[in-house]
Design a binder for this molecule. Structure first.
Ligand code: ZN
Ligand code: ZN
Length: 140
């Protein structure tokens, strides 16, 4: 399916072709800290199937437990996370997989995750969301 992404301020926009069956929930500590949320939903796409339409994401590099560096991109103006990927030293540009952050995709409601990963650091109450009081209108 085609997905359409835009950061919060609208500076960065892109389209990508992805297989919705690979959508995953990630409970790793990095996703918790960097997203500011208890977990994150990710859609992998091939770099060759990703088209940046406007803007230029900034990069932040982190070194994972494996020792490999990861490139994490975000909007330098509003801070919206765009994707994470390998560094070009490890995988040639154009051949990388991009882990799109699904929250800024127009199609997020059509991308239910198919599995969850890094459950060692999962926050226990994340399993209990259906039990929460659900107001009929926002904010009540
Ligand atoms: Zn932005
Ligand atoms: Zn993660």
């Amino acid at each position: 399916m085609q997905v359409n992404g835009a950061c919060h301020c609208g500076e960065i926009t892109f389209t990508a072709e992805a297989d919705a069956n690979f959508c995953v929930l990630c409970h790793c500590r990095d996703c918790q800290v960097m997203s500011g949320a208890p977990y994150r939903s990710i859609l992998p796409v091939k770099e060759a199937n990703f088209t940046l339409n406007t803007g230029q994401p900034k990069c932040y590099y982190k070194r994972g437990d494996s020792g490999n560096r990861r490139e994490l991109t975000f909007c330098g103006d509003c801070g919206t996370h765009i994707y994470a990927t390998s560094v070009e030293e490890d995988v040639p540009q154009g051949k990388r997989m991009l882990g799109l952050r699904t929250g800024m995709l127009a199609e997020v409601a059509d991308l239910p995750p198919k599995r969850q990963v890094w459950c060692e650091s999962k926050i226990a109450w994340a399993d209990d969301l259906p039990a929460l009081h659900t107001p009929e209108q926002n904010g009540q």
